[in-house]
Ligand binder design. Sequence first.
Ligand SMILES: [Zn+2]
Ligand SMILES: [Zn+2]
Length: 389
Amino acid sequence: MSVANTIAACVYAFYKFFVFKTSRENSEIKFRPAAIFDMSDYTFKGYQCHSKEGWNKLELVEFPVKDFQDYDIDVKISYTGVCGTDLHTLRNGWNTTNYPVIVGHEIVGKAVRVGPKVKSIKHGDRVGVGAVSWSCGECDACHTNNEQYCKEQVETYNMSYKEGWTAFGGYANYARVHENFVFPIPDGIDEAIVAPMLCGGLTLYSPLRRAGVTKGSKVGIVGLGGLGHFGVLLAVALGAEVTVISHSPRKRDDAMAMGAKNFLCGDDWDKDPANIRSLDLIISANSSLNIDLEKYLSTLRVGGTFIQCGLPEGKLPAVDPFSLIMNNAAIRGSNVGSKKEAIEMLALVKQKGVKSWIEVLPMSQCGKAVENLHAGAARYRYVLKQDIK
Ligand SMILES: [Zn+2]
Ligand SMILES: [Zn+2]
């Protein structure tokens, strides 16, 4: 070997030694923070819908989740309720769906990872998540327990965070949500029973409370479906006398079993003078377009209010202004409820032993659950039990 070659070999050996050492150090430097700061030893998996045509063909996939931030909580999901909104979204009924989507916003589970600035929830707590997962925290709505009306709110699915992350819902094994939208679930309430209350129940509880419903209030519930049945159960729990207005005479026995006092059905119940100006409040949980609005308004007492909670895939019918003016009636809408109201509702549910009427299916049968809901078979909510491995 020539001197030149020997020198070259030595230079190469030194080069290899330093490159190897440096790259190993670099790889250790990269590895250590990940081990310290990313404590998740799980991946997020959920049942994804790819298109309107495939609304009932939900495929189990791993999905990307937003970065874990100081106020975030990871929830290990045990049950997720099946809400009418899931079906509207899967089928693009409101023309707002951004596929692919993972629906589900009635989530119950356990807090398995809690951000360093979270104050209200501890690791291991039983918790729930509803239809909203983030709001700005700074506007009038957010400062007055109206965060569900924040103009910047991010719903639990089919929306994006301003940083670009997609929000995926609860037909999944885990959910990652800001503390402000994670509700503590009191002991003594069954998880499957409570899951559908976190959107469906809250959607009816909030307008009942805001309308001041109390013992002796006369409340009408239009439509005895998944939402409407919560209207009956929760209005009765608040002490109201409830009238159910339904298109289906088959629902009478169920309405009475839920605690209703009166059941109006058919085409001519408004001809009975006893039904005119008889109610303080009517909540329509009906999400079909078959809404006989003026007939409902005729049942309101002077100053009464009609509140629309169901979201039909179309417009409400036109209203003759005389229907409003001649008895000082109001029409308003209502969107889910605040965290404060969720906590109040869960306390009432525990105190009065309110129980959702549910059918539990394994989460792997979520496609069947939405098909059944679409077919009108729900009595009255489907709840998906976790079985993702
Ligand atoms: Zn806000
Ligand atoms: Zn919902």
